[in-house]
Design a protein around this ligand. Structure first.
Ligand SMILES: [Zn+2]
Ligand SMILES: [Zn+2]
Length: 595
């Protein structure tokens, strides 16, 4: 096909196999269409999808069983083969559904270290749809002999309309629900209503530093993501799922104390090692004194001004705290704690757990040369601690406050040893308004599936390190939503992890519905962030928006196009028309009329 382009000046021969539009015709973009015109999925599609999904129960449970039966226990080289097998199976399933899949071993490549696989999967339908990234992991906790499991944990047991199995609710079960919801859409519409990406993690408890490089190398994978979704266990009451929309940030500090160099005149008579103690304050004592000034059991964080910029807990949040049915006793039992701060009042306890910043000491390090049996004094010690940030704390201010606090106490405690405070890592907290588009979509999905109203808190934060790592790589305006899975009774990570068959099916329906609701949020053009994103070719053929919806309207300057087959005929037509010379010289009457 020859393109005559704008003002009849292009005349490029286009190979229709590789592209069906010439570059010169790029005069239309998603943002040129009214929002309602960008939506391509209809209600009856969803009805067919749900009907189909409900009809597949037996196959769905068989598939679930096959993935629960694989012992995907990380950190243990004897399960390497099983971990690989599970990942291969997930990858294969996604490929069958039309995804482009990359299976990566992101583990440290040392002898004897267990492998760590991760799947990056991508289904790109058309740029006119939203892009959603689903995170899930398939590793599970090992099952100790002492765990009172009623049924074999590493297979799916059906008993009295209930399902049991390790990983059923976190997060093999949710992942299978997504895959089965996607399967239903694929079967019914031959396409997906949303562009979907998966990151499936084979080991969710790994050093994030390791993952950072892996994510860095896949910048394009994250770039177009509009929505990042994970599943949570936050059905806070029988009829109340709580969406998570706020994510805490952090600043990670390292405090290092080195021993004071001896004064010059004392250098010659430097005391022998065995009588070093007591002469001057050693670095470790200084470090402990300084760390002690940071927190205390009664008041929590002692750093002045750290609570500045905190969003106040709203009435909406208090209402949510009062609805939470998980009691403090239950929480103690789960975590093994005997006393908890603020346990006198349940809402107060939840406020401190969910809405307030906190300071945590992680480790104290000496150089490895210093053996613990020796009486030698370490010359250099350091400690790691971090501050959890909640909206709208600024990490710049927190860094200042912590440094200022340590400075003052350094003077007050008459420390002499040179001390350094370093910031190792930082991330700002993120918060979305209650009525952000994908939150509203989730509310609608829960309403139509369960007939419940999902709670959206204003200041409740969840701290999920992996989600933080993922959102660091996405766009600034990427929304992050945590969808509560199943019910409040599912006992994730515990013995007899379970849900009912009906709950499992409902979740497939929920996810299928959520995809439909997301498809009803008009996609935005991303061409400013990703050049020419609107012209990326996707897998959609019949419903591809850019190519089928009035691809060239009346305002374009395109005059006409000629198919390859027509070229000969047009050559003849050409000879009838006057040539340029005739027109200019005006020797032909018909030519003059053209001028
Ligand atoms: Zn052209
Ligand atoms: Zn665009």
């Amino acid at each position: 096909m020859i393109c005559w382009g704008e003002l009849n000046s292009c005349a490029i021969f286009i190979d229709q196999v590789t592209s069906d539009r010439c570059d010169c015709l790029r005069d239309k973009c998603i943002r040129d269409y009214a929002p309602e015109k960008r939506i391509m999925v209809r209600r009856y599609h969803l009805n067919h999808v749900i009907d189909h999904a409900h009809g597949q129960l037996e196959t769905q449970l068989m598939e679930l069983d096959s993935i629960l039966s694989i012992r995907t226990i990380p950190h243990d080289i004897q399960y390497d083969a099983q971990n690989k097998q599970a990942m291969d199976r997930m990858a294969q399933r996604l490929i069958e559904l039309g995804f482009d899949v990359e299976l990566v071993d992101v583990g440290a490549k040392e002898e004897g270290t267990p492998a760590h696989y991760m799947i990056f999967a991508d289904y790109f339908s058309t740029p006119a749809k939203n892009v959603m990234l689903i995170y899930g992991h398939i590793d599970v906790l090992p099952v100790p002999e002492s765990d009172p499991w009623l049924y074999p944990p590493f297979s799916l047991t059906q008993k009295n309309e209930k399902l049991y199995g390790r990983g059923l609710t976190n997060s093999k079960g949710p992942l299978m629900c997504w895959i089965q919801a996607i399967d239903a859409w694929m079967t019914q519409t031959n396409d997906l209503p949303v562009n979907i990406k998966f990151i499936i993690d084979g080991n969710s408890n790994v050093s994030l530093q390791l993952l950072r490089d892996v994510f860095e190398q896949r910048k394009q994978f994250f770039q177009p993501v509009d929505l990042l979704v994970s599943t949570t266990n936050l059905w806070i009451a029988e009829n109340v799922p709580m969406l998570t929309t706020c994510h805490s940030g952090y600043v990670k500090f390292e405090l290092e104390v080195q021993s004071e160099p001896p004064p010059k005149e004392a250098k010659d008579k430097c005391p022998p090692p065995q009588c070093e103690c007591g002469l001057q304050r050693d670095p470790m004592s200084d470090l402990c004194l300084l760390l002690n000034t940071l927190t205390d059991t009664k008041q929590g964080i002692l750093v002045k001004g750290l609570h500045r910029h905190l969003l106040p807990v709203t009435q909406q949040d208090w209402d949510i705290f009062c609805q939470v049915e998980l009691g403090i006793q239950e929480y103690k039992r789960r975590t093994g704690a005997t006393t908890l701060p603020h346990e006198q009042s349940h809402p107060e306890f939840l406020k401190h757990r969910w809405c307030m910043p906190s300071l945590t000491l992680h480790s104290v390090k000496c150089p490895p040369k210093v053996s613990t049996q020796s009486f030698r004094i370490p010359k250099q010690v350091s400690a790691l601690f971090s501050v959890k940030l909640v909206p709208n704390q600024s990490y710049r201010y927190v860094k200042f406050a912590v440094k200022d606090h340590l400075d003052q106490h350094y003077k007050r405690l008459k420390c002499k040893n040179p001390t350094y405070l370093r910031v190792l890592d930082q991330l700002a907290p993120s918060k979305q308004p209650r009525n952000a588009t994908f939150n509203v979509a989730a509310i609608r999905a829960y309403k139509s599936t369960y007939n419940v109203t999902a709670a959206i808190p204003d200041t409740v934060n969840v701290c999920m390190p992996i989600i933080n790592e993922l959102r660091r790589n996405c766009m600034k305006h990427t929304q992050v939503v945590g969808l509560p899975f199943c019910s409040m009774h599912m006992l994730p990570h515990q013995a007899n992890e379970s849900c009912t068959i009906e709950e499992y099916q409902r979740n497939i329906e929920l996810f299928a519905t959520y995809l439909y609701e997301i498809a009803h949020v008009p996609a935005e053009c991303k061409c400013t962030d990703i050049p020419d994103f609107c012209y990326t070719k996707g897998k959609a053929t019949e419903t591809d928006f850019i190519r089928t919806l009035e691809p060239r309207d009346n305002n374009t300057h395109v005059l006409y196009e000629i198919g390859e087959m027509e070229i000969d005929r047009t050559a003849n037509v050409d000879s009838v028309l006057p040539n340029v010379k005739q027109i200019l010289l005006g020797k032909d009457n018909s030519a003059q009329s053209l001028v």
